[in-house]
Write a protein that binds this ligand. Structure first.
Ligand code: ADP
Ligand code: ADP
Length: 231
């Protein structure tokens, strides 16, 4: 059941590097889809295009078979696409609850309701099994927690498709196990996860399908269940 498709995506940066060369990429509803390739293969570029952070030189994006245009992150968010970065986009001096609602609930205008922000955060945390203390100051938290807050933030903005850029790079083995459990939970609640990684062995444990990129091209898509453990 395809939810989103990128067709013929080409991106040439101003320095002349062609990071994506006619890339086709398709994801289904409720799947964990890994995007794998060595450093420089063009994975981040493709996902930046999907999140509206870069504009392609050619190609189209279809959401539920309708062509969409994603010229900014806010348009990506409106289309139900969220992104969790390797380097987080959180405001360190604010609380978890403030970060979750930031930008959506008006602030400094006399009617920012902190209690409401806490309630929203607790409800989301409960619903998605992403437990964090809404009152903690973000800069005091370990990196695994910051990642959870970014995921909560994206979910609060209505993300159905969640892009995670090398999410395990910053995590301990214990935090990685926890993240994988949370991703399974999100998948089971109908979300689609795009998991960028350069480690095929790691993503095989958790993903349904894998798209492999090399040299700016999509060189293959396969079902994880078809791959043997030592490939
Ligand atoms: P990956 O995520 O697979 O490591 P990237 O999409 O980051 O690959 O990079 C693909 C190619 O594009 C690399 O050669 C990289 O150096 C180049 N590149 C990435 N971002 C930029 C940029 N902002 N400007 C110029 N070149 C870039
Ligand atoms: P605007 O439409 O107001 O110019 P943007 O499109 O840049 O703003 O951003 C809209 C939303 O996307 C904001 O909530 C912002 O926090 C978020 N956002 C912007 N850039 C990024 C990014 N690189 N990663 C994650 N979220 C981002």
């Amino acid at each position: 059941n395809e939810i989103l498709r990128m067709e013929n995506i080409t991106k040439i940066y101003s320095n002349g590097i062609t990071a994506n060369k006619g890339v086709y990429f398709s994801i289904c509803e409720s799947e964990i889809h890994a995007l794998v390739g060595e450093n420089g293969a063009g994975k981040s570029t493709l996902m930046k295009i999907l999140f509206g952070l870069e504009q392609p030189d050619d190609g189209e994006i279809y959401l539920n078979n309708s062509r969409i245009s994603i010229t900014s992150p806010s348009l990506a968010i409106k289309n139900g696409i969220g992104m969790v970065h390797q380097h987080f986009m959180l405001v360190p001096s604010l609380t978890v609850a403030e970060n979750v609602v930031l930008g959506l609930e008006p602030r400094n205008k006399g009617f920012f309701d902190y209690k409401k922000a806490v309630a929203i955060t607790e409800e989301l945390a409960q619903k998605y099994n992403l437990f964090v203390d809404p009152n903690s100051i973000v800069e005091d938290l370990p990196v695994g927690m910051k990642q959870k807050i970014e995921i909560l933030k994206a979910l609060y903005r209505g993300a159905k498709i969640l892009i995670l850029d090398e999410p395990t790079a910053v995590l301990t083995p214990q935090e990685t196990v926890e993240l994988f459990n949370q991703l399974m939970h999100l998948k089971n609640s109908g979300h689609t996860i795009i998991f960028i990684s350069h480690k095929l062995n790691e993503v095989k444990q958790i993903s349904d399908r894998v798209t492999i990129m090399r040299n700016g091209r999509n060189v293959g898509v396969f079902n994880t269940s078809d791959v043997s453990e030592n490939d």
